[in-house]
Ligand binder design. Structure first.
Ligand SMILES: CC(=O)SCCNC(=O)CCNC(=O)[C@H](O)C(C)(C)COP(=O)(O)OP(=O)(O)OC[C@H]1O[C@@H](n2cnc3c(N)ncnc32)[C@H](O)[C@@H]1OP(=O)(O)O
Ligand SMILES: O=CC(=O)O
Ligand SMILES: [Mg+2]
Length: 569
């Protein structure tokens, strides 16, 4: 009998209990043993991941210290801006490596977590690209991460199937599928189930390393027309972080014996400091780049985080901070100009609306909002956009095709020279709008429900007909924190109430009652709502802002095996 389940693991001989996975020297696997995971976590794959960790750990640590240093300086009153030392890169004439034909057309990219059915549905959705997500859309439990690696390997091999027993429906790949991009976690997230030389591995090196190791050959053969694999890189704040990725790619290519420049990646510009580094980021990755993407939700979160010590930078209600705010429009225009000047894709972002099945009128209204958002993007010059749900792919495709004609992208036709005039002031302009008690309530209700889902393994969920993931939940959290910290006046209600701990305490209590009512007593009792409420409320009222909601909550989903062994985070 194979050692495929935890029960088997528990019954295994003592040496197997201790050494369930065949790990190389210095690597310890503390996640649950599973036969399928063991095929991913084989000795050579782990050696590869450990090699990346050992080579890059001190540079990653330094890059994270630089983030702290930048945070200190923003908190002492500085604002992010263009770096005079890298003016020569911004002003120089250079381009990135030519766009690979396999991904010239990226008009619609669907995104989603790495669940088996989700992967098949996304690849079959009619979108040009599927971004398989280990980041915003995934709760990074051991099970989700390792199952995700198994699923992606089957997807790249073309053998992935899924049997939905409840519906007796079998899912398999169509003949024509979307091209696969993979988004590893951000630099800040550790992988506590894999210890390398006694320390938790860097999450993104685990995601990248295992996926690359197992799939590069098949991917290049079947999907990349000789190039690839393809990646999305999240949450960077400075080009020094892009430089590390570039070195990681070069090491991976060298180890695999493939040509330098085979791996290609799109960087999400989703932090405020990074908008001033777009040229520098592309420059570091110029042999491996296929563009930038407007990660609008994390960008809004980052605006609050960067200005956390600036009491004059309070955001209006979350629903009012859209892409038409001057600072958001400036960011996307500058991204388009920068990318097209350097010869790569300028990707749009995600509208949060999703189809509403049981209400045709509301559904039409939601589709109309998506259509409007996509129209704005294509007219501005974006080369493609993101869809959160297969039901949105046709709308997005229609808007982009109608406005781009037969060309696969607008890199040559929409240079957007006018955007070269965008200034630091444009990029930092305060968002306009008002604050309301309803805004505080919604943030609280959504934040708690999202976290409750995340704690039970779901990293993206539908809430009130919108897609919520780690990035959107972050906005709810930091906005509450900011309003509480500075006693923001709720000027949108006409009441002039100021946010304080008493008011927030009442809101939390009332919103928990509403959540219980909406979820139903049984689901509420069985769920993790109370735990989520505790974490969320603590974070909103903390004297200093936690860097990330999910980093702080991560210990709650770490399960070390054998059970009872201590977490080393
Ligand atoms: C800020 C950012 O980073 S954005 C990028 C990260 N976020 C994401 O990727 C979110 C992706 N979207 C999702 O996770 C989902 O659409 C949700 C959670 C919002 C809604 O999911 P559901 O409640 O399952 O939606 P719904 O019930 O309407 O799904 C209908 C079908 O579409 C499938 N589906 C829904 N979203 C997706 C998706 N993104 N990719 C593939 N299939 C999907 C469902 O699996 C379901 O399939 P089935 O009919 O075969 O059972
Ligand atoms: O990752 C995307 C975002 O909007 O955040
Ligand atoms: Mg994001």
């Amino acid at each position: 009998m194979g050692l495929g389940t935890y029960e088997n693991y528990r019954r295994a001989p003592p040496d197997m209990m201790k050494f369930g996975y065949d790990a190389p020297e210095g690597v310890e696997i503390r996640g649950r043993y599973d036969g399928e995971f063991a095929a991913i976590l084989d000795r050579d794959a782990l050696k590869f991941v450990a090699g990346l960790q050992r080579e890059f750990r001190s540079r990653i640590k330094y890059a994270m210290e630089c983030r702290e240093e930048a945070k200190r300086s923003f908190s002492e009153g500085a604002s992010p801006g263009f770096d005079p030392a890298t003016r020569y890169i911004r002003e120089g004439e250079w381009t990135c490596a030519p766009v690979p034909p396999a991904v010239a057309d990226r008009t619609v990219e669907i995104t989603g977590p790495v669940g088996r059915k989700m992967i098949i549905n996304a690849l079959n959705s009619g979108a040009k690209v599927f971004m398989a997500d280990f980041e915003d859309a995934l709760s990074p439990s051991w099970e989700n991460l390792m199952r995700g690696q198994v699923n992606l390997k089957d997807a790249v091999d073309g053998t992935i199937t899924f049997h939905d027993k409840a519906r007796n429906r079998v899912y398999k790949l169509n003949n024509q599928t979307a091209k696969l991009f993979v988004r590893p976690r951000g630099w800040h997230l550790p992988e506590a189930h894999i210890l390398i030389d006694g320390e938790p591995a860097t999450g993104c090196l685990v995601d990248f390393g295992l996926y690359f190791y197992h799939n590069h050959a098949a991917f290049r053969r079947t999907q990349g027309a000789g190039l690839g694999p393809f990646f999305y890189l999240p949450k960077m704040e400075n080009s020094r972080e892009a430089k590390i990725w570039n070195c990681v790619f070069e090491k991976a290519e060298k180890t695999a014996g493939i040509e330098r420049g085979s791996i290609r990646a799109t960087v999400l510009i989703e932090t405020l400091p990074a908008v001033f580094q777009m040229n520098e980021i592309l420059y570091e990755l110029r042999d491996h780049s296929v563009g930038l993407n407007c990660g609008r939700w994390d960008y809004i979160f980052s605006y609050v985080k960067t200005f956390q010590a600036h009491r004059d930078r309070l955001l209006p209600d979350r629903v009012q901070v859209g892409m038409t705010q001057h600072f958001m429009k400036s960011y996307s225009d500058l991204l388009i100009w920068t990318c097209h000047r350097r010869g790569v894709h300028a990707m749009g972002g995600m509208a949060a609306q999703i189809p509403i099945r049981d209400d045709p009128e509301a559904n039409n209204a939601a589709l109309e909002l998506v259509r409007k958002d996509k129209l704005r993007e294509v007219r501005a010059g974006h080369d493609g956009t993101w869809a959160a749900h297969p039901g949105l792919v046709p709308v997005c495709m229609e808007v982009f095709s109608n406005n781009m004609g037969d060309t696969p992208n607008q890199i040559q036709s929409m240079k957007r020279e006018d955007a070269s005039a965008i200034t630091e002031e444009d990029l930092l302009q305060r968002p306009r709008g008002s604050r309301s008690l309803d805004g505080l309530r919604l943030n609280t209700r959504v934040g708690i429900q999202y976290l409750a889902a995340w704690l039970t393994g779901a990293g993206s969920v539908p809430l009130y007909n919108l897609m919520e993931d780690a990035a959107t939940a972050e906005i709810s959290r930091v906005q509450n924190w900011q309003w509480l910290k500075y006693g923001a006046e709720l000027d949108g209600d006409g009441l002039g109430v100021k946010v304080n701990n008493d008011l927030f305490g009442k809101v939390v209590e009332e919103e928990m009652c509403r959540i219980e009512r909406e979820a139903g007593k049984e689901k509420f009792r069985r769920g993790m709502y109370k735990e989520a409420c505790k974490i969320f409320a603590r974070q909103c009222t903390a004297p200093t802002l936690d860097d990330f909601l999910t980093l702080n909550a991560y210990n709650n989903i770490v399960i070390h095996h054998p059970t009872g062994s201590s977490s080393r985070l």
